[in-house]
Design a protein. Structure first.
Length: 372
């Protein structure tokens, strides 16, 4: 592994240059042109390594590259090319200060995709082949739920030996063995309008009923189990002198286990509205929890052995945010966090990657691909 690490250290500036190329192509979710431009760049890098397919759709292509290994067993690498930043959000789209490189989506998670390319390049340059056939899947819609990508992700994961997710590691560099499941609910509350000053008794206030709903929703939390519900968006009413006849509430759900999701869903839908109002509930769990299996911990042990040989340590982290690994953990052993170290994901002008970590983290990924 030392030869791989030295090769990557020698090419740190090249790795960084490739990350810059992707970051400078702004690719917010649902911006098809930007996402497809990013996929064009990555496809040009991968074309000489294996076969590349593009699956077109209305929000941006799904790119699937397959690189033949020493066996027909498959290892899946997952990354997404969409970001959370609208075009022109950042004052400087790319900048380097000390040992940090800043840019929209650099950390979450264009650097991870570049590291995958360089792991494969390095293996090839040193005259080796991955132990297993590698399927690299780059998706366009992780930040908005992966509705388009999910069938491709799950289809590849079925029967795979392992899934390695190229999201960033935990803040201390640990790999992620578990992620919370994520749910989104939209609840429309319907009441009855009336003049607030003349005859308010004839109205049925949807906002008051929404407030009742919120208090009931909060009671469904179980913080000891890690179950949280966030009624984080609310809209309603028309003008202040009219009893509000409508309100809309958006609720974020996070859970560690599928049974908790089922409990919360049933209880939420059973909440009774105030008299004269009604609730219309849509949504639910959109990412199942990423729950570790024995295979996950076997992957972790392998990664720890490789990292120790490279001069650093990795542990096991459990995190509240979801990733596309949430879809694969029931289908194949899944380990997350093989992307770039850094911080401040989703924070305008602050998101960055840690440049000195690029070579060792990429070497770790290369090592995982070489291990049988």
């Amino acid at each position: 592994m030392k030869d791989i690490l030295e090769y990557l250290k020698d090419h740190t500036n090249d790795i960084l240059s490739d990350i810059e190329k992707l970051v400078r192509v702004e690719s917010p979710s649902n911006y098809k042109d930007g996402i497809n431009q990013v996929q064009d760049v990555v496809q040009s890098w991968l074309g000489s390594m294996g076969t590349v397919k593009r699956h077109t759709n209305e929000i941006g292509d799904v790119l699937h590259a397959q690189i033949q290994g020493q066996s027909s067993e498959r290892v899946i690498l997952l990354a997404h090319m969409d970001t959370v930043y609208p075009i022109g959000t950042w004052e400087e789209i790319w900048s380097i200060k000390d040992d940090r490189a800043y840019g929209p989506g650099a950390y979450d998670m264009k650097a991870g995709a570049v590291q995958a390319v360089w792991a494969l390049r390095t293996i090839q340059a040193l005259g080796q082949k991955p132990a297993c056939t590698v399927d690299l899947l780059l998706t366009p819609d992780e930040e908005v739920g992966s509705a388009v990508s999910r069938p491709f992700i799950e289809g590849l994961a079925r029967g795979a030996k392992a899934v390695l997710v190229l999201e960033p590691p935990f803040m201390n560099g640990d790999l992620k063995v578990a992620r919370k499941g994520v749910g989104d609910y939209k609840i429309r509350v319907y009441g009855k309008a009336a003049h607030q000053g003349v005859e308010p008794e004839k109205g049925r206030n949807a906002i008051v009923s929404a407030a009742h709903l919120i208090s009931e929703i909060i009671q469904l939390q179980d913080l000891e189990k890690g179950t949280t519900l966030g009624p984080n968006v609310i809209r309603g009413g028309t003008v202040s002198n009219v009893v509000a006849d409508n309100a809309t509430l958006e609720v974020d759900l996070r859970i560690w286990s599928a049974p908790e999701a089922e409990r919360v869903d049933a209880a939420l839908r059973a909440i009774q509205p105030l008299e004269g109002t009604r609730y219309e509930i849509s949504g639910g769990l959109n990412r199942p929890p990423m729950e570790p299996s024995d295979g996950t911990y076997q992957l972790l042990e392998k990664a720890q052995h490789i990292a120790n040989g490279l001069g650093f340590n990795v542990g096991a982290a459990r995190v509240g945010g979801g990733s596309d690994g949430n879809f694969t953990s029931k289908l194949a052993p899944t380990l997350d966090g093989f992307g770039a170290a850094g911080a401040d994901a989703h924070q305008k002008d602050l998101e960055y990657i840690h440049i000195p970590s690029l070579a060792p983290r990429t070497a770790l990924l290369a090592g995982m691909l070489l291990e049988k």
